[in-house]
Design a protein. Structure first.
Length: 177
């Protein structure tokens, strides 16, 4: 089956009312499986609602973009970037979260989300889009590199998950050229 034919990437104003519940289920499932999304334990519905409310407000203010991937009528991924709030950093934004259902990985979901978010950033006048990823997330780091992101720094053993330690990898893409 051609995933690209069935995959839709939606912007905030195109999302159905129930998308926040689906986003919570996806994020909680991913974190439960060990995904590096900023939580050690699966986030509560309230945590995800607060996060999404903040991102939504930033989108409406022109300081963020949010994209959701739907495959066969089911939310299978989401991602967003937010603009830096300091006045001297307004042309810069951070790709803060890209989450993809493991059952759909390898079907172009992450690539479609990141491509749409990069296009949104460029259209919003963002000059440099940055992100950080856990060093063991080889698939995500490969995806980002294939889309033009370059590594600009690394903090060895910075992320602690129980007794395990992981590098924090910083990447960026320059959108000025």
């Amino acid at each position: 089956m051609d995933a690209a034919a069935d995959l839709t990437v939606l912007a905030l104003d195109e999302l159905p009312a129930s998308w926040a519940d689906a986003a919570h289920r996806l994020l909680a499932e991913l974190v439960r499986g060990g995904a590096a999304l900023g939580w050690v334990e699966p986030p509560s519905r309230e945590e995800v609602s607060a996060l999404l409310a903040g991102v939504t407000a930033d989108v409406r203010a022109g300081d963020a973009a949010l994209r959701v991937a739907v495959l066969d009528g089911r939310l299978v991924g989401l991602g967003y970037w937010t603009r830096y709030s300091r006045p001297t950093h307004r042309p810069h934004a951070d790709l803060e979260k890209v989450a993809v259902d493991p059952a759909t990985q390898g079907r172009g979901v992450g690539r479609a989300l990141v491509t749409a978010l990069v296009a949104d950033a460029r259209a919003a006048g963002v000059e440099v889009l940055t992100l950080d990823a856990r060093g063991d997330n080889a698939n995500a780091l490969h995806l980002y590199r294939s889309l033009g992101f370059t590594e600009y720094g690394r903090l060895p053993d910075f992320v602690a998950v129980g007794e395990r330690r992981y590098d924090k990898v910083f990447c960026m893409v320059d959108l000025r050229g």
